[in-house]
Ligand binder design. Structure first.
Ligand code: GDP
Length: 529
């Protein structure tokens, strides 16, 4: 491909993920987004909830039983002259580690808020993670077909609780049974809502101009008057959209609509494709790599087991940071210092896996992984560099893993180390005994580990409770003081799956005391891969 057309293709990429609290409507919006992307003919097939239409991405019986989505998958579709990559994230908060790392692989996020509820916990937490990289955020206020809270109040809540300016792009006309549509502030037009069209792309019914009497005829005198009054207030009190502030993560454009009624999702997509950044640069240990750099590079942010029951393999998800992947090309697996030929990478067009002939910066490809790829691994065309900023997060839950058959100790250890390298769980081996302790951010991760130990490693294991509050990775610039610390704190120390020293704290009070007692030791909440 000529360089100019490659650069043009890269500039058209938009890679984003959705952040929201469970039930705000992420799955429903994903379906409608794909509908607009022509990825699927009829919306409604992304995720089945215990009914016959099981999602393609469901991979374990457990997941089906519980009706939650454990997987992170990728969907690619065209929209508005762009190629959009939507990275799905696990809906259940027990798998939030996967979500956190997926957020390192996107260039922007869509924040979905249930407008009847406002800002909720999970959204707050995920926004903290996007803040680490100042990711630009587009906001969708969902469920306008229900009685929502005062939209001005919900925007205020976003501003004060998430510390981000709001710039409304559309403004709702009524809500609940009286929801009539939105006024598009930048286009100065009313777009009317039609009920019962949730599964199709609707012909837009547009009325130009806020003073147009057709508005009064279409939505009723009362709502038309309220709309004009509210807008006067809103335009005076809120921020105007500002591209620079959006790109620096300080301001979010806000859209209103109903995902279920398939109204407003296209307005949001238009804004996102117009304004969200093309593939952004990423930091490495030897400086920044930009998307337009000639040679290929990428990093692995997630490893997924058994995506597709027909292929019992693991897929390593790689974000391409620069250049172009072509089928059969050689890549350098930097950590192993080995060149590998990749002929069978997968892309994620419309939820189905297809062999990727080509993929470029901003895209995600899946590499078949037989245990040699770890989260955080960098691939290049020969350069010895490593992408940074793909963290492990300190676990908050711990279990001791016990074997049913003591002869399988070696198998168990191998399985746990591999699962920890994949990021499925974190492993800790205390210095003072032979326990195997696994740590997780959410409790369901333990069930996944026991299930995978059984199916993939033929090890029957059980887990039992253990009273630990948290873990911190330890380091110090003062080697003498560090040695002293290792002796004195021996009974609280452990090695993680990658042999890094960690402090296991039975209580938060204990951790606080330890940080006071050893001021020369750093106790870190995240560890870079
Ligand atoms: P997720 O947990 O964020 O993925 O949320 P879902 O997309 O699964 O939606 C949660 C529930 O809210 C489902 O019952 C949806 O049908 C419903 N829902 C989603 N969007 C809307 C909407 O715009 N209006 C209404 N009334 N319900 C919605």
């Amino acid at each position: 491909m000529s360089n100019a057309s490659l650069l043009q293709d890269i500039a058209s990429r938009r890679t984003f993920a959705i952040i929201s609290h469970p039930d705000a409507g992420k799955t429903t919006i994903t379906e409608k987004v794909l509908l607009f992307g022509n990825a699927i003919q009829k919306a409604g097939t992304v995720k089945g909830r215990g009914n016959a239409t099981h999602a393609k991405s469901d991979w374990m019986e457990m997941e089906k039983e519980r009706g939650i989505s454990v997987t992170t998958s990728v969907m690619q579709f065209p929209f508005n002259d762009c190629i959009v990559n939507l990275l799905d994230t696990p809906g259940h908060e027990d798998f939030s580690e996967d979500t956190y790392r997926t957020l390192t692989a996107v260039d922007s996020c869509l924040m979905v808020i249930d407008a009847a509820k406002g800002v909720e916990d999970r959204t707050r937490k995920l926004m903290e993670v996007t803040r680490l990289r100042d990711t630009p955020i587009v906001t969708f206020m969902n469920k306008l077909d229900r009685d929502i809270r005062d939209p001005m109040e919900v925007m205020d809540e976003v501003e004060s609780e998430l510390n981000m300016m709001c710039a409304p792009i559309t403004w709702p006309i009524g809500c609940g049974k009286l929801f009539k549509g939105v006024y598009h502030i930048l286009k100065d037009e009313v777009i009317l809502y039609q009920t019962g069209k949730g599964h199709t792309i609707q012909d837009q019914q547009i009325i130009k101009g806020l003073d147009n009497p057709e508005i009064d005829a279409a939505v009723g005198d009362e709502l038309a008057e309220t709309l004009r009054d509210e807008l006067e207030l809103v335009l005076g009190a809120s921020n105007e959209f500002d591209l620079e502030l959006f790109l620096s993560g300080e301001l979010t454009p806000v859209y209103f609509g109903t995902a279920l009624g398939n109204f407003g999702v296209d307005h949001m997509l238009e804004g996102l494709t117009n304004w969200a950044p093309a593939p952004k640069p990423r930091a490495t240990d030897i400086g920044e790599v930009t998307a337009s750099d000639d040679s290929f590079s990428g990093f692995v942010f997630k490893i997924q087991a058994n995506m597709d029951p027909k292929h019992r393999d693991r897929i390593a998800f790689m974000r391409i940071v620069s250049g172009e992947y072509n089928k059969g090309m050689k890549m350098r697996h930097v950590r192993l210092g080995k060149d590998v030929s990749i002929s069978d990478a997968v892309t994620f067009m419309a939820g189905d896996r297809a062999a990727a002939e080509k993929a470029i910066a901003g895209d995600i490809i899946g590499l078949h992984n037989h245990g040699t790829i770890q989260i955080g691994d960098t691939f290049t065309q020969g350069q010895a560099m490593k992408f940074t900023g793909i963290p492990n997060f300190a676990p908050e839950m711990f279990r001791r893993i016990r074997l049913k058959d003591p002869l399988k100790q070696k198998q168990l250890l191998k399985g746990l180390i591999q699962l920890s390298e994949e990021g499925a769980v974190q492993l800790f081996r205390p210095m003072r005994n032979n326990d195997l302790i696994v740590g997780a951010v959410g409790v369901l991760q333990f069930d996944v580990v026991v299930h995978r130990l059984r199916t993939e490693y033929k090890v029957e294991a059980v887990y039992e409770g253990i009273s630990l509050a948290t873990a911190r990775w330890c380091a110090s610039d003062d080697s003498k003081k560090f040695e002293e610390f290792k002796k004195k704190a021996h009974d609280n120390l452990a090695l993680d799956g990658g042999d890094n020293l960690t402090y296991l704290a039975p209580t938060m009070v204990n951790l606080n005391l330890a940080t006071e007692r050893y001021p020369d030791v750093k106790f870190m909440q995240t560890r870079e891969h």
